[in-house]
Ligand binder design. Sequence first.
Ligand code: GTP
Ligand code: MG
Length: 513
Amino acid sequence: MDIEAEIRALQLDSAEDNNATLIPEDAKPEEVEMTDKVEEGMTDEVDTKSQPVQAEPKVKDKEVADMDCAEVPDEMESQKKRHLNVVFIGHVDAGKSTTGGQILFLSGQVDDRTIQKYEKEAKDKSRESWYMAYIMDTNEEERVKGKTVEVGRAQFETETTRFTILDAPGHKSYVPNMISGASQADIGVLVISARKGEFETGYERGGQTREHVQLAKTLGVSKLLVVVNKMDDHTVNWSKERYDEIESKMVPFLRSSGYNVKKDVQLLPISGLVGTNMKTRVDKNICPWWNGPCLFEALDSVEIPVRDPKGPYRMPVIDKFKDMGTVVMGKVESGSICEGDSLLVMPNKAPVKVLAVYCDEDKVRRAGPGENLRVRLSGIEEEDISSGFVLSSVVKPIPAVTEFTAQLQILELLENAIFTAGYKAVLHIHSVVEECEIVELLQQIDPKTKKPMKKKVLFVKNGAVVVCRIQVNSLICIEKFSDFPQLGRFTLRTEGKTIAVGKVTDLPSRSSA
Ligand code: GTP
Ligand code: MG
């Protein structure tokens, strides 16, 4: 069997972005508010099935099977298209839901009759232009206010790839929901409005264009397509000057946020509302100066570093429920899973058996890194699992710790706050949300030389890079950033503001199970 083809079929991420300086150099802090709810909505009116049902031959029970899972030969699965999770991010009203909806329409997931129904509904709510967004914004509150609240989910396919769209909210009140969407994504589509005044509000301090880019990078979104949207608007009219102005401001900012612009970023102009330069390239009569790809082409050709499907199994749990056993939901960050595997639920070290694996709507024999799965388990009650727990390899379980060392970049502290030992914040790391306390500042890093400064550090201010020890009250499962970037990068938030981004640099030596 062609190993490369198999890895390609199973691979799906992302995180090994070597150039990634996690810490933005000139990170500008933004103000955000916080809601207490982080959850996701399923779109109910969109056909979310994108894969033919897989054959389900029985897999023999194995004691410790997670390491050899990927070796099970299966012609059908090796020919499977790759799968990528793509999160739509950007400032409120930039056109994320409209663009997501248009993608589904253009890829044949939504019929004309449904669009007509939405047109009527949007008109009745005096939100005529929002009908495309209604494809993604499925609940009443979202439709009435014209704002996404929960992360919308839908599936579509291009020539080479099956995509799951995660449509994040842009409003600053819903940043925690955006964080949850971005933490599941391999790539991001950053939607920017070119409309006069709108690009400016999104880009300035306090705008979510900046905050979303910084969060996405921290959360492991290694590639970005930057779509300059609303090019059809009468204040823009497919103006090259406007596009160039936006590009010239975005590129240095993206660079300072840790993106290698040449390798990891692609900019392109679109109209999400009209559907221009999306499935097919824009007509030269409309935009004579654009010679680059359309959105579908760009999505098709995004290259994500191959990840080893034979690594130790890691799947952070984002949700769980009861259904003929205990079902956990999450994204595979490393390794592969097969029916019949024996795994551990960490940090409680509970041995479990994999009864069934579901990818989207379909039951599958096995799944590799990057897939969003539902996994039915035996050996554990649903009450004994929380989001933030990690379904993990038995041979190499994920470390469970109450303390770790991290390098932090302070973005913006609350007014009058100083960052010192005793500082308390909420830690967001993969699907973990935990209160934490900074117990000791170890070293400050000189921003110019990137080397530790000699002076003992007792407190730091905005913009500082500092190495510190962080404690939590209960065991959490995390990894060193250098081992598993997706499980080792985090944000700290206080009173609804992102005050710092960081990466785990060290774990206590007795941390493993
Ligand atoms: P949040 O979910 O609230 O963050 O907003 P969003 O980014 O999802 O924006 P949404 O898709 O809801 O669109 C906001 C408004 O911009 C709606 O009135 C859309 O019709 C309009 N809009 C979106 N894309 C385009 C476009 O390409 N051209 C024009 N002219 N208007 C657009
Ligand atoms: Mg939206």
